[in-house]
Ligand binder design. Structure first.
Ligand code: SAH
Length: 219
């Protein structure tokens, strides 16, 4: 599976486990999420020239002005979203290079991911196949309205910052479902929305820095 860059040491399982040790030391607690981060070969999702930096806790460029999120950011969002539940169906908005989708594929049974840039989807599909991930479906669409035809979702994770919490996304949550997303234009905050018995509970968390959610489709 790890044929690319095999043996150069920077991309081995050992390097990944060291990354996970650092994430645990930095406060990530959900062992299911940590195991998923330990298993996904992040170096396959970035350009070969950046592969040696793939296990540093940093975001990296993936082309088209977009970035792969830092592993700690992916871990934090998934830990918040999973909340130690069994997650059957998840929606990701912003597939990008497919890294977070690959991590989600080990945390949820079915992953539906939506991306507006067609060229990123082609690449993500190729790498996901190479990484032997088979439970991720990617759709070329503007993710802002969600995926009503597949809802409800136990978890919705958005990888780009929205100006406000999109109401139609919260409506696509199952009972007890969680939506995790960055909100804001200049100053962004991580927001967690939970579907409770009588409506929704919203919590505003730490400051974050994501690429903006953009309208419409791109080639
Ligand atoms: N989860 C990704 C992070 C990608 S960055 C990864 O692991 O690589 C955010 C992504 O959101 C970008 O690829 C961007 O094109 C996408 N995006 C931005 N606005 C969008 C929209 N309205 N609908 C779908 N995707 C969107």
């Amino acid at each position: 599976m790890d044929s690319r860059h095999e043996g150069i040491g920077m991309t081995s399982q050992r390097t990944r486990l060291r990354m996970v040790d650092r994430l645990r030391a930095a406060g990530l607690r959900d062992e299911v999420v940590l195991a998923a981060l330990a298993a996904v070969p992040r170096h396959l999702f970035v350009d070969e020239a950046l592969a040696s930096r793939a296990y540093e806790d940093i975001s990296l460029p993936i082309g088209f002005g977009q970035t792969i999120s830092a592993p700690s950011t992916v871990g934090r969002m998934l830990e918040l979203g999973r909340a130690a539940r069994t997650v059957e169906r998840v929606l990701e908005i912003g597939t990008g290079c497919g890294y977070q989708a690959a991590v989600l594929s080990r945390v949820a049974r079915q992953v539906h991911s939506v991306e507006r840039i067609a060229a990123l989807i082609a690449k993500a599909r190729r790498v996901l196949r190479e990484a032997r991930v088979s439970n991720v479906r990617i759709k070329h669409a503007d993710g802002r309205p969600g995926l009503a035809e597949i809802a409800p979702f136990d978890l919705i994770v958005m990888a780009a910052a929205a100006p406000e919490v999109p109401a139609e996304l919260a409506d696509q949550l199952s009972a007890g479902g969680r939506l995790v997303l960055p909100v804001g234009t200049r100053d962004q905050q991580l927001v967690l929305v939970e579907r409770i018995e009588r409506g929704f509970q919203e919590r505003r968390l730490e400051a974050v820095n994501f690429v903006p959610l953009l309208p419409g489709l791109a080639r």
